[in-house]
Write a new protein. Structure first.
Length: 339
C-alpha cells in the first residue's frame, strides 16, 4: 500500500453525534479509525449548548484542544459558513441574509481565522456568495471575485488557505464557474473543494458530475465525499431547495460518479498533494460529509452508524481504484497510551 498514491481521510464529526457533544464526536472518529476532522457544530462541555465552532470562547477552544490530544485527533479545516450570504441587499424570495461586506470581514471572517489559529489548522472551508435569485450570475461575477479575493488575502496574511466549495445556488454551483472564479481570484492560497453530492443534487448524473470535477481538477485543494441519488420524479427548476434534499447515499451508491472521479484523481494526486503540503496541510484530504440521515444549507446528520457506513464505503472505493489511506492501528493506540 505504501507505494500507492495516498490520501488523508477526514470527516465532519458533528454528523456522527446525536447531541453534537465533543465527546460523542471524537469518540465516533476514533471508533471508525479516523485521526482528523473538521469541526462545525459542537457542544464542547456537554452542557446542551451547541455552538458553531467559530463562536466558541477562548476557554472552550482550550478545552477542545486538550480533548484533541487525549483522543489523538488533529483538525483538518474549520468547517466555516463564510460565503453563504447575499451579494446584494435585494429581496429575491430567498431566506438568505445580506451583511455589508466590511462588517462581514470584521465579524464572520475574523472569527473564522481566530478559530483556525486556536485549533492549529491551516485550512478554512468556505464558499462563494449568493447572487440575487433570478438574475444572471455573471452580472455579479466581479463582485464575487473581489470579495473572495479579499477573504483570501486576509487568510494569506495569517498563513491560511481558503478552500472554496462547490455548492448549489451560489456563484459557484458548477465546475466551470468554480474554475472561472479560481482563475479570476488568482491567489495561491485560494483553492477549490469538489463535492460530488453537491453536484448530483442539481439533477446531474455520474458523467456530468465527473465533467464538473475535471473542470475543477487543476485548482483542487481537497475534496468532500458525499453522494446523492437523483430523484426520478423531480421536476428540475434550476434551483435546489436544500431543506428538502433527502436522497443522500454512500459514495458507492449515488450519481456523483465517485468511481470515475477517484480513478482520475489517482493519477494527479502526487502533484495535488505536493501543492497542499507546501501550504501547510498534512496531505490531500478526502473528507467524509455524508448527510445520510438528512442535510440542509448549513450542515447535515448521519449518526454514528451513518458515519461508519460512509467511511467503509469510501475505503472500499479507494481499495478498488488503488488509492492508499491509513486508519488507526494498534501502534497508534500504543503511542496514544504511552506504551
Amino acid at each position: 500500500m505504501s507505494s500507492l498514491p495516498h490520501v488523508v481521510l477526514s470527516a465532519f464529526a458533528d454528523e456522527a453525534a446525536n447531541r453534537k457533544t465533543a465527546l460523542e464526536q471524537l469518540s465516533a472518529l476514533a471508533a471508525v479509525g479516523l485521526k482528523q476532522y473538521s469541526p462545525r457544530f459542537i457542544d464542547v462541555n456537554s452542557t446542551g449548548e451547541v455552538k458553531h465552532v467559530v463562536t466558541l470562547t477562548k476557554s472552550e477552544y482550550q478545552t477542545l484542544a486538550k480533548l484533541h490530544v487525549e483522543y489523538g485527533v488533529r483538525v483538518t479545516s474549520i468547517g466555516s459558513r463564510i460565503g453563504k450570504v447575499k451579494l446584494k441587499d435585494k429581496e429575491d424570495g430567498s431566506h438568505n441574509k445580506f451583511v455589508p461586506f466590511k462588517e462581514y470581514l470584521k465579524t464572520e471572517v475574523a472569527a473564522t481565522i481566530n478559530a483556525a489559529q486556536a485549533l492549529d489548522t491551516k485550512l478554512i472551508r468556505g464558499f462563494s456568495f449568493y447572487p440575487p435569485r433570478g438574475d444572471d450570475p455573471l452580472a455579479h461575477f466581479q463582485q464575487a471575485v473581489d470579495q473572495i479575493g479579499q477573504i483570501a488575502d486576509i487568510c494569506g496574511k495569517e498563513g491560511l488557505v481558503y478552500g472554496l466549495e462547490i455548492e448549489p445556488n451560489l456563484m459557484g454551483d458548477s465546475g466551470a464557474m468554480m474554475a472561472k472564479l479560481a482563475r479570476a481570484v488568482k491567489r495561491k492560497n485560494m483553492l477549490l473543494i469538489f463535492d460530488g453530492g453537491n453536484v448530483a443534487c442539481q439533477n446531474k448524473n455520474a458523467i456530468q458530475c465527473y465533467q464538473e470535477y475535471l473542470e475543477m481538477r487543476d485548482y483542487l485543494g481537497w475534496m468532500h465525499i458525499k453522494d446523492y441519488k437523483i430523484e426520478s420524479n423531480l421536476t428540475w427548476t434550476g434551483a435546489v431547495d436544500e431543506e428538502r434534499l433527502k436522497n443522500f447515499v454512500p459514495c458507492d451508491r449515488g450519481d456523483g460518479g465517485h468511481d470515475l472521479v477517484l480513478k482520475d484523481l489517482r493519477e494527479h494526486l502526487p502533484k495535488l498533494e505536493k501543492r497542499i503540503k507546501a501550504l501547510g496541510a498534512t496531505g490531500f484530504y478526502l473528507e467524509v460529509e455524508p448527510h445520510l440521515k438528512g442535510g440542509g444549507q448549513f450542515g447535515g446528520f448521519s449518526g454514528p452508524d451513518g458515519l461508519g457506513v460512509a467511511v467503509r464505503s469510501l475505503c472500499r472505493l479507494l481499495d478498488y481504484v488503488q488509492i492508499g489511506y491509513q486508519l488507526r492501528s494498534f501502534d497508534d493506540i500504543r503511542a496514544l497510551r504511552g506504551f
